[in-house]
Design a protein around this ligand. Structure first.
Ligand code: BTN
Length: 251
C-alpha cells in the first residue's frame, strides 16, 4: 500500500430524475454540500449535457448516468488532461469486463469498434494555477435498445450482446478503477497513466485518415502531449499538433 492513498467513500445521491447530474453536482458544490468523491446518479436526465453544447440521449432507467467530484488541488491546470485520462481508462476497463474491442477515441470518447458507447463531460474549476474542483460527468450506454437522436454512431452493451446488464455492477467496477487511478495520480505515477492511455487509444497504430482545416490526409498517431494535444506524424515524418476539435478521424 502506497503512503498517499486517499480513502474515498463516496456520498451518493440517487435520483429518479434531474435536469443533468453535472448541474445537480455543481449546485451541491455551490451550497457547500459536496466533497471529494460525492457522486450523483440519475435514472433519467431531462437536459443531459453532451460536449460542445450537444444534448445527451438516454432512455429512462436504461443507462448509467452519473457525475463524480474530485478536488485535485495538487494538479496544475496545465496537467488537467490527466483527469480525462484516468476517467477514460476507468470506463474502458469497466466495459472490458463485458466486451472486447473497446478503445479510447482521443480525447475522451469511449468506442466499441467504430461506435461510441460512452461520452464524458468534465468541467474543471481552477483556483490560481491549480485545479480546485473537477466535475466528471459520464454517460455509459448500457441497456438502451434504440437511439433516436441524430448522434452519429451510438451503441449500447445491449445492442452488442443482446443481454441486459446490472448498472450498479458497472458503477462498482468503475469506482474501483477510478479510485485506483486517482490514487496513482496522487502518488505521481503519471507515466503509468500516460502509457496505459496511449496503449488504449482508438487507431493507435498504423496510418489512418484524418481531416483538418486543410482537408484529408493520412497520418499515424505519434503521441499525446501532457496538455492533451494530439501529435500526428505524416508519411514524410512531419509532425502536426492539434487541440480538441482541430482535427477529426475520417470514418
Ligand atoms: C459527450 O457529448 O460525449 C459527453 C456526454 C456526457 C453525458 C453525461 S451523462 C451524465 C453527465 N450529466 C450530463 O448532463 N452529462 C454527463
Amino acid at each position: 500500500m502506497k503512503e498517499n492513498q486517499k480513502e474515498l467513500t463516496p456520498s451518493i445521491f440517487r435520483l429518479k430524475e434531474t435536469n443533468s447530474t453535472n448541474v445537480y453536482l455543481h449546485e451541491l458544490l455551490e451550497r457547500g454540500e459536496a466533497s471529494e468523491g460525492t457522486l450523483v446518479v440519475a435514472d433519467y436526465q431531462t437536459a443531459g449535457k453532451g460536449q460542445v453544447g450537444n444534448k445527451w440521449e438516454s432512455d429512462a432507467g436504461k443507462n448509467l448516468l452519473f457525475s463524480i467530484m474530485l478536488e485535485p488541488d495538487f494538479l496544475p491546470a496545465n496537467r488537467q488532461f490527466l483527469i480525462s485520462q484516468i476517467t477514460a481508462l476507468s470506463v474502458k476497463k469497466t466495459y472490458d469486463n463485458y466486451i472486447g474491442d473497446v478503445s479510447i477515441k482521443w480525447p475522451n470518447d469511449i468506442y466499441y469498434q467504430e461506435k461510441k458507447i460512452c461520452g464524458m463531460l468534465i468541467e474543471n474549476e481552477l483556483s490560481g494555477m491549480n485545479l480546485n474542483a473537477s466535475i466528471i460527468g459520464i454517460g455509459m450506454n448500457v441497456n438502451q435498445e434504440e437511439f433516436r437522436s441524430d448522434a452519429p454512431n451510438p451503441v449500447s452493451l445491449f445492442q452488442i450482446t443482446g443481454k441486459e446488464y446490472d448498472r450498479e455492477e458497472l458503477l462498482k467496477h468503475f469506482l474501483e478503477y477510478f479510485f485506483y487511478y486517482y490514487n496513482s495520480l496522487i502518488n505521481g505515477e503519471e507515466e503509468m497513466i500516460r502509457t496505459a492511455y496511449r496503449k488504449a487509444l482508438y487507431r493507435g497504430t498504423g496510418y489512418n485518415l484524418y481531416k483538418d482545416k486543410n482537408g484529408q490526409f493520412e497520418a499515424e498517431l505519434f503521441d499525446i502531449e501532457p496538455t492533451g494535444h494530439l501529435i500526428l506524424k505524416l508519411h514524410d515524418g512531419t509532425k502536426c499538433r492539434y487541440a480538441f476539435k482541430e482535427v477529426s478521424f475520417v470514418h
